[in-house]
Design a protein around this ligand. Structure first.
Ligand code: NA7
Length: 573
């Protein structure tokens, strides 16, 4: 019978992280993904003495920012906030150049972090984890990759990202198209030259909205296929003022602390006033001021925009007016104004010159809500019997969000139960961190955590720190497994639902609800209770001995990760 394997830390090397374990060795943790979450997980685990193997499908680090290289790809959270806070040296030495960082700058930052903390050596790149199977005899996971390698590990930490499983809808005739087809989330590294090309852009979410102005500048003609118009707010992007950067760096600790305690994990302050408590003039002035700030700050103009439909309608009307003012053709303007969902109930887009682009003669808008795309032909996109002939199709059609990349792997917990079976009616987690039946499996920014409703960099830091604290606690207490209890999980799922019910989120057909993927269960996946509240809850659970999780001791005679007998107990017990 295989032997159980308790957590035994390896000594840190000069305090900068353990050496990567040898092939074939049982490790403390396998980390899946080398984006923001996976990199920090590997860093924090190794500096705390845990042995780790990391796997990443991409050829390098960066996650989202490795893949999404389309023109105009940019973060919708400000650079000084969308960055790691765990190292004071790092945040002092790195200087962002723009308010909203573009993909190349973000990737350069992540690569800098990987180099600075020497993290690449822990990862095997261009390697997909195919399966992770838990063995109840040994309390150990076996992780298998597409290269055929098997790794035995005590813990599996998934850092696979919430928007990493790109999807192209199943359009009939897709494979007949003779031109070039690209997805924004899997953009060719060498770029795409649109010069002189006729382009179809399918999808008007954030990726379509960000890329259109730049594609249109280059292409001969762009036809935009819009199913649902989206609310978008100018990012008012600009080079960062050195004075502002100095101020942020001087007060980083304070700003980060505010962000951690806030609702969305950023320094945006909500105006704690109801939109109905002010005069019409004051309301307009507040909306205008927030509009000028750019980006997400707009939705924080009043406290009830995200919770009260009538309040929300006033904000939506203000933004609709802005669209009408920018777009010259009134008929096109009306088609670009969303009417089927409250503003902010889908992730609001932050753009640079999106609506202005529809004033160009070489940009056409095609409605595919009422007359959906019939098929892709050899030469173009067919709608209402007409083929729009193009050379390139850009699919900005989004992702199988939050669960896509997790369920793509064959994850099997106790009794051989698969995660796909367990989540058949929608994801169920406790705190978004673990799920009953799957011991020692941690999901960074998992469904049920604030993740995509927040500044995800701060969100991953909080998850990683909680997980590593937990593993240290287990090690000190001689514990082998941690597993969410079904009751705690049920309560958390209910709480996540209640939090969403207090908002307008459920009134949109969004990827938050899985509504963009045919057949996906309609469940509101992220936690809408705010990151500050969520953090408190996680800390409280830990302080109360990981309430809601079942912790089990290791059996006597267990074998440590380095293969040494530990005399019936774990290190520290
Ligand atoms: P999104 O926001 O999911 O947008 C995908 C777009 O593709 C959206 O406009 C969809 O219309 C459209 N789509 C999807 N399927 C079809 C079909 N079958 N026909 C026509 N149009 C379709 O993905 P993004 O990549 O833009 O952004 C994802 C997140 O990344 C974003 O929220 C930010 O957080 C960053 P629909 O709205 O479903 O009618």
């Amino acid at each position: 019978m295989p032997e159980a394997v308790p957590v035994v830390p390896r000594p840190a090397v000069n305090g900068t992280g353990a050496q990567p374990p040898a092939q074939g060795e049982v490790v403390d943790a396998v980390v899946i993904g080398a984006g923001f979450g996976g990199l920090y997980a590997v860093h924090h685990l190794t500096t705390n003495g845990f042995s780790v193997r990391g796997f990443e499908v991409g050829g390098g680090v960066g996650g989202t920012w490795y893949w999404n290289r389309y023109p105009g790809a940019r973060c919708d959270i400000e650079s000084v906030e969308y960055s790691y806070s765990f190292s004071e040296e790092l945040q002092q030495e790195w200087t962002w150049t723009q308010r909203y960082p573009e993909q190349p700058e973000l990737l350069a930052y992540i690569e800098h972090v990987a180099d600075r903390f020497d993290l690449r050596r822990h990862f095997t790149f261009e390697t997909r984890v195919e399966s992770a199977v838990f063995d109840e005899e040994t309390d150990c996971w076996t992780v298998t990759t597409d290269a055929g390698e098997q790794v035995r590990t005590r813990f599996v930490v998934t850092a696979v990202g919430c928007l990493s499983s790109s999807r192209i809808p199943d359009f009939p005739g897709l494979d007949r198209f003779q031109g070039r087809a690209v997805h924004t989330g899997r953009w060719p590294h060498e770029g795409v030259d649109f010069t002189g090309q006729r382009v179809a852009l399918i999808g008007t979410g954030s990726s379509g909205i960000q890329s259109l102005p730049l594609i249109a500048e280059q292409a001969a003609h762009v036809t935009v296929f819009q199913r649902t118009p989206n609310f978008s707010i100018s990012g008012a992007n600009q080079p960062l003022d050195p004075e502002q950067v100095r101020d942020v760096k001087e007060h980083y600790a304070e700003y980060r602390d505010q962000a951690r305690r806030s609702f969305g994990g950023s320094m945006i302050r909500t105006n704690r006033v109801s939109v109905f408590a002010v005069t019409e003039e004051e309301r307009r002035a507040q909306f205008e001021a927030r509009w000028k700030m750019g980006g997400f700050a707009f939705m924080a103009a009043f406290e009830d925009l995200g919770t009260d439909l009538a309040a929300n309608a006033l904000a939506a009307e203000f933004v609709s007016e802005k669209i009408r003012r920018v777009v010259h053709d009134p008929e096109i303007a009306e088609r670009l104004i969303p009417t089927d969902h409250p503003i902010g109930s889908k992730r609001i887009c932050v753009d640079t010159g999106y609506f202005e682009t529809f004033n160009r003669d070489d940009v056409t808008l095609v409605d595919v809500k009422h007359t959906p795309i019939e098929e892709i032909t050899e030469t173009g996109v067919k709608v209402a019997g007409q083929v729009h002939e193009v050379d390139v199709i850009v699919f900005a059609t989004g992702f199988d969000a939050m669960t896509g990349s997790l369920l793509r792997m064959d994850i099997r917990g106790r009794g051989g139960l698969t995660l796909r079976e367990k989540w058949a009616a929608g994801p169920r987690t406790y705190l978004g961190l673990g799920t009953a039946g799957f011991p020692n499996l941690f999901t960074i920014t998992g469904p049920g955590s604030p993740a995509v409703l927040s500044n995800v960099v701060l969100a991953v830091e909080q998850h990683v720190e909680w997980i590593v604290d937990c593993m240290q606690h287990m090690q000190a207490a001689g514990l082998a497994t941690i597993e969410a209890e079904v009751d705690a999980e049920d309560d958390w799922v209910e709480h996540v639902n209640q939090a969403a019910d207090r908002t307008l989120y459920k009134q949109a057909n969004s990827w938050y609800l899985g509504a963009n993927v045919p057949g996906k269960p309609r469940v509101f996946m992220p936690y809408a209770g705010g990151v500050g509240r969520y953090r408190k809850r996680c800390d409280q659970v830990a302080a109360e001995g990981y309430r809601g999780f079942r912790l089990e001791p290791a059996a006597p005679g267990d074998v440590g990760t380095s293969g040494h007998r530990t005399a019936g107990a774990l290190a520290g017990s």
